[in-house]
Design a protein around this ligand. Sequence first.
Ligand SMILES: [Zn+2]
Length: 190
Amino acid sequence: MHKPTEHEMSIVRQIKKYGYPMMKLIPNNHPSLKQRLQVCSEDLDRQQMKDDLIACMEENNGVGLSANQIGIDERVFVMYSDVKKKEVIACFNPYITEYSEEKIIMDEGCLTWPGIWLKVERSEGIVCNFEDETGEHVQCTMHGLESRIFQHEYDHMEGTNFTRRVSKLKLDMAKKRATKMKKRSERIVV
Ligand SMILES: [Zn+2]
C-alpha cells in the first residue's frame, strides 16, 4: 500500500465534490474559454479551489492556470508569483489598474494550446489587484515574467487568449510548426 499523493487526494476530493475529476484541461474550442467570467460565487471554497488549481498546474508543468481552463466558470487563476522560488498565489476576482508604457515581446505558451509558441507583446510591468483565498484584497506591482503570467491568465478571465494577440499569419505558422514537431517526435518514439 502506498500513501496517496496530494494529487491523488485532490482527485478523490473532486470526485466527491463534482461527481467526476474536474482537473482536466478542456479543449481550446470549449465555450468556457470564450466567455468573460463573472465574479466568483459567494459559496466558492477558495482554499479548495486554490489547491485543485495548483495540483493541476503542477501536474501539467505550467507556471499559471485559470479555472476556466479546466471547465470551472469562476473568476480565479493561480500563478507563480516568484518563478525562481516557486511561490504560488491564487488571484480571485483579479483586475489590472496600470500598464507600463514599456512593452516587451516574448515567446509565450499556454496549457490549452500545447506545442504553440507565439511572440506576444505585453507591458513589462503592471499594477494588479485581486483577492486572496481568505478574501483579503491585495494590490501589488509585478514586473517581467510574473507580470507576463498575470496578463496571460487575465486574458483567460476575459474570455480571450494569447492567440488573439498575434496576426492570423503568425498563428498559422505557429500551428504548422507545432504539427511538424509532433510528427518529428512521433518518429523518434517509433
Ligand atoms: Zn493560457
